[in-house]
Write a protein that binds this ligand. Sequence first.
Ligand code: ADP
Length: 334
Amino acid sequence: ERLVSAEQSVEDQAIDAALRPKQLDDFIGQERVREQLSLVLHSALRRGRTPDHVLLSGGPGLGKTTLAMIIAAELGKPLRITSGPAIERAGDLAAVLSTLSEGEVLFLDEIHRMARPAEEMLYLAMEDFRVDVVVGKGPGATAIPLDIARFTLVGATTRAGMLPGPLRDRFGFTAHMDFYEPAELEVIVRRSAGLLGVRIDDEAAAEVAFRSRGTPRIANRLLRRVRDYAEVRADGRVTRELARAALKLYEVDEEGLDRLDRAVLRALLTKFGGGPVGLSTLAVSVGEEPETVEVVAEPFLVRQGLLARTARGRVATAAAWEHLGLTPPPSAGL
Ligand code: ADP
């Protein structure tokens, strides 16, 4: 398990749940999304109608599940949670849809991974609050239309671009969730520390926030690790020095890079003069599978402007040399 992975680990589950803000007002950052959503929800409440379906797009750990829960809470309706991979057949979706209560909020995580036939059933359900249940097989099969409760779908996806157009069009409101600013993450860290009973100095919270890759889930995880360190090595109060020492021990650097990220970057700089070098050559040089390098390490390096993917291969930027404290050779062409 990588400390800086945005994906939910088993250990995260209970903590994620405990640290979730319960109301829109407690949700930190994502100003525009929050304001827009507040309008959608309040106008629906005023008119006494179910709000439009909501699509949340953004990377893991940015608060999509949290927002779905908040939407249900603000509407005062129950929440049903399922995910694309759990819906393998249209029947799986029919079973969920036909048992929804009036106004219920259905959270469909990883909606882009839902089975194709289920997708078509969802179109009809979203638009007409109806499902066609197919009874029988072969030539004798008949579709029986079944009315379902008016519900609000909250779909979440890490890739809005991968959703078929007809599905995307059926959402009345799409919110793009960006990575958080360090200042916002700092507030999140302080709030989480309060809930967990961790004493943390403001500068220490800033230190944790800065290394959290713009992602609340990572911030909360790093907070727990620095808390552990402060409890064992000191009196439990997290100071800036303790936070730094802990994160050094866990090999999370000032910009949030971990050991793998740095190994990839270092190899690119020291073995290939900053590139360009092909992905598989680079991967072999750090003893990893190309896919690991491409999926696990590269996206963040690219986002940080440390590495570029070009047609001729991977290339380090001037910032990469600077980050590792190395001097680029003239041939690096920077
Ligand atoms: P996602 O569904 O996008 O993977 P989650 O909603 O599960 O992300 O959020 C992960 C964790 O991060 C939650 O425990 C929650 O405490 C925290 N979190 C996410 N967004 C915020 C936010 N805006 N303010 C405070 N905490 C947040």
